[in-house]
Write a protein that binds this ligand. Structure first.
Ligand code: A2P
Length: 340
């Protein structure tokens, strides 16, 4: 029997990712019975425009979840720790953008189109992976299916929008201040981000990697069902770009691989667009990726560092595939697979 359309809510509707979720819900023409726009008490009562109409923002409270079937949440880890268990206990499917539940056993960590079947195991909470992990999964899954990943080394060049609205404004203010030769005091970042790169995203772990870097290792293993024998390391760097994360990726495979075959495979991979013609200086950049849905892959070449190795450059809109787009796609899968 087909279920009734769900009542949905967007938690964090006033934030950078929340707003992107709203525009993708509209773009993808997601069908629902009703929709609520949730945020903190700070913005309760303010209005938000959606599908050409103004809607009132409601404060997120436990009671709000009584009649919500699916919540698309991007309101930070602390908010999710508070509301996700409550929502789940009331029968709501809580799709969380924060890292709060990603590595928990009963919480599927899903990239739509990569490991959809994991959604069936949900117990009320579903996690959206970290942005740097997310954009890599579509090309990596296709390559792994054919060549079997053995080891991977990733270096990221991450846009400031991944750190929220405050960070976006700081890049603008910092740049303007530098250009007129005035001193600037950073607050969203440890160092000035204008005309600079910062090799730290999130705090450091005991092994001297950052939490952001370990997310790439651990989340990739969980999504692609790799065991610990697949070695993965990452260096995550913040760069003065507003939107679009870039990644330099070096992968060693079990099976022989060559760049031409890999390129052809990626050309037929859903969600991936190959932008790779170095003779004509064609390769992906974050400026081209901003506002778009595909994961762009270029600079595909045989690795000279590893046998059976492939190197490539991977670029995507971090607010879309890295956050809002995948959240909406998960919600669409939950609806089509009737998992609410
Ligand atoms: P608000 O606008 O009321 O602060 P960003 O990552 O761009 O800073 O956005 C964070 C989002 O999460 C905002 O929509 C923000 O709402 C929301 N948020 C933050 N804390 C809470 C909370 N305790 N309860 C509900 N929403 C929250």
């Amino acid at each position: 029997m087909t279920k009734e359309l769900p009542n949905i809510a967007v938690l964090g509707a006033t934030g950078v990712v929340g707003r992107e979720i709203l525009s993708i819900l509209e773009e993808n023409n997601v069908q629902y019975k009703s929709i609520k726009f949730l945020a903190s008490a700070r913005s309760a009562g303010s209005t938000i425009e959606f599908k050409g109409e103004k809607h009132t923002v409601i404060e997120a409270t436990p009671e709000v979840f009584d009649d919500i079937n699916i919540c698309l949440a991007s309101a930070g880890g602390e908010t999710s720790k508070k509301f996700a268990p409550i929502a789940a206990s009331k029968g709501c499917v809580y799709i969380d953008n924060s890292s709060a539940f990603r590595m928990e056993k009963d919480v599927p960590l899903v990239i739509a189109g990569v490991n959809d079947e994991d959604l069936r195991l949900h117990k009320g909470i579903i996690a959206n992976p970290n942005c740097s992990t997310s954009q890599l999964m579509l090309p990596l899954k296709a390559l792994d299916n054919k060549y079997k990943v053995k080891r991977m080394i990733v270096s990221t060049y991450q846009a400031v929008s991944g750190a929220g609205l405050k960070a976006i404004n700081e890049l603008t203010d910092n740049t303007k201040t530098n250009l007129v030769g005035m001193p600037f005091e950073s607050s969203a970042f440890k160092y000035e981000i204008a005309f600079n790169v910062i090799p730290q995203i999130d705090s450091f772990c005991e092994n001297s990697y950052t939490k952001e870097e370990m997310k790439v290792t651990n989340e990739t293993r969980k999504i692609l069902h790799f065991d610990d024998s697949v070695k993965i390391s990452c260096t995550a760097v913040r760069v003065p770009v507003y939107i679009g994360h870039s990644e330099s990726v070096c992968v060693e495979f079990e099976n022989p691989i060559n760049a031409n075959d890999a390129r052809e495979l990626l050309k037929t991979t859903e969600g991936v667009e190959v932008v790779d013609d170095v003779d004509n200086f064609v390769y992906p950049t974050p400026k081209d990726a901003a506002g778009k849905n595909p994961v762009y892959v270029g600079r595909i070449r045989d690795s000279i560092a590893f046998d059976n190795g492939l190197e490539f450059f991977c670029v995507a809109d971090n607010l879309r595939i890295g956050a809002a787009l995948n959240t909406v796609r998960i919600a669409q899968k939950v609806i089509s697979m009737q998992l609410y």
